[in-house]
Ligand binder design. Structure first.
Ligand code: GDP
Ligand code: IMO
Ligand code: MG
Length: 431
């Protein structure tokens, strides 16, 4: 048995989908444990692209069981549509291959409206949320007034809950934000219909997970977002509303920390960020434009242009600490081909003081100036390389330098979006 957690080490979109799909080849169970359809995970298998927002990446492997844990917030419409999309590909014939926790909280229309209304009201301080209702749904969960997936299967108590919540939400939407009210009757009817459609998938995912671990199966926990979007460890308030670090597997997946064997940190070979907030190595000049064009850096969920910049090992070291990385996956190394030199941040200067530690406050983060080391670039195309030894010297030096600066071994290197465009230096699931 091996239980591995794969999480983003930066601000999301590190290539978690690509790596999770690759790891899922040897996994029996794949688990989403936090976030919702703010995620956009891209998988490319035999040249065919699939973007998943809610369903775990194991769904494209015929024998894998996919769990959506209690820590995830579920928009039931999105789940239904994603199931339809996967079924149309012929990939989800057996509903027992997808299980959704009855305890996962439900995203409703009012959450989506409030998410958009609130971010609009923030004006220039906008977080730039995905507008999927994520924050307001987690708020309701913590305020103990949310609706859970299991509630959709009980029309009587659902009716009471919808009426109670609608009164409060409509007051806020209409009186505070001048937005349109949500009709509770229409919403109720839709939720009941969605409950009927999704009932075959709703289950006690914690129990399934426990049985799998006891039976010696391989389990992959697929993180969404990234360490610096984490509500506690990220660049608050420019973060999402869930914990995205490895520890969230325990609460959001329903598994004890003693059962986790390894934590894989996933990073791009450079850095991107979508939405507002500090990003010390952002390059708003030629370099950033070059990365964005070569890397095709547009959001998989909202289509927004991603902000681009160089690799930052201050960020990666902090991520290694808060997640306990046992290995790293470095993605999109192929994108860096064609430069004479590649900058990598090794420290930050804040108010004239040199530091290698991630600061505590948003003000310090905003004032952080990266201190760069320049590494030699390479011209060769990397997409056909499958063995570490076959990488150009400078590309190997780049990977080795990341390993040394972050002090975590690089187990996987990705040189293209396709499943097979992967260089493995270490077996993550014992076979
Ligand atoms: P995620 O949210 O972490 O799963 O990442 P996204 O799917 O949002 O964004 C990563 C993008 O990079 C997707 O378009 C992937 O297909 C693509 N990608 C992932 N790994 C590689 C790689 O090694 N090389 C290239 N060229 N593209 C990659
Ligand atoms: P994946 O899993 C990149 C960002 C949003 C915004 C902030 C809060 O594909 O890596 P939210 O809608 O969560 O309240 O938005 O977080 N964000 C992401 N950025 N990748 C993601 O997911 C993201 N999910 C949320 O852009 O800045
Ligand atoms: Mg993404």
């Amino acid at each position: 048995m091996t239980a591995i957690v794969a999480v983003g080490a930066q601000w999301g979109d590190e290539g978690k989908g690509k790596i999770s799909d690759w790891l899922a080849i040897h996994a029996d169970v794949v688990v989403r444990f936090q976030g919702g359809n703010n995620a956009g995970h891209t998988l490319v298998v035999d040249g065919e692209k699939t973007v998943l927002h809610l369903i775990p990446c194991g769904v494209l492997q015929p024998g894998t069981v996919n769990l959506i844990g209690p820590g995830v917030v579920v928009d039931p419409r999105v789940l239904r549509d994603e199931i339809d999309q996967i079924e149309a590909k012929g990939a989800l014939r057996d509903p027992s291959r997808l299980r959704v926790s009855g305890r996962a909280h439900v995203i409703c229309d009012w959450h989506i409206s409030l998410d958009k209304a609130r971010d609009e009201a923030r004006q220039e301080a906008a977080i730039g949320t995905t507008g999927r209702g994520i924050g307001p749904t987690y708020e309701d969960k913590v305020a103990r007034r949310g609706i859970r997936m299991a509630d959709l299967l009980d029309p009587e108590s659902l009716r009471i809950a919808v009426d109670r919540i609608a009164r409060e939400k409509n007051f806020e939407l209409v009186e505070l934000y001048r937005w349109k009210a949500i009709d509770p009757d229409v919403l109720y009817d839709e939720l009941v219909a969605l409950g009927r459609r999704l009932e075959p998938y709703v289950d006690h995912t914690g129990r399934i997970l426990d049985e799998a671990l006891c039976a010696g199966k391989h389990v992959l926990f697929e993180g969404a977002q990234g360490t610096f979007l984490d509500i506690d460890h990220g660049t608050y308030p420019y973060v999402t509303s869930s914990n995205c670090v490895a520890g969230a597997v325990c609460t959001g997946g329903g598994v004890g920390p003693t059962r986790i064997d390894g934590v894989l940190g996933i990073t791009k070979a450079y850095t991107t960020r979508v939405g507002g907030g500090p990003f010390p190595t952002e390059d708003e000049g030629e370099g950033g434009r070059w990365l964005g064009e070569r890397g095709n850096e547009f959001g998989a969920t909202t289509g927004r242009k991603r902000r681009c910049g160089w690799l930052d090992t201050v960020v990666l070291r902090e991520a290694a600490i808060v997640n306990g990385f046992t290995a790293l996956a470095v993605n999109k190394l192929d994108i860096l081909s064609g430069r004479s030199e590649i900058p990598v941040a090794t420290a930050w200067k804040i108010d004239g003081k040199l530091t290698r530690d991630f600061p505590m406050t948003l003000g310090e983060l905003a004032r952080a100036e990266p201190v760069y080391e320049s590494l030699p670039g390479w011209q060769e195309d990397l997409q056909g390389v499958r063995r570490y030894e076959d990488l150009p010297d400078a590309a190997r030096r780049y990977v080795d330098r990341i390993e040394a600066l972050v002090d975590v071994p690089v187990a996987l290197i990705s040189v293209g979006p396709g499943r097979d465009e992967t260089i493995a230096r270490q077996e993550l699931f014992a076979r």
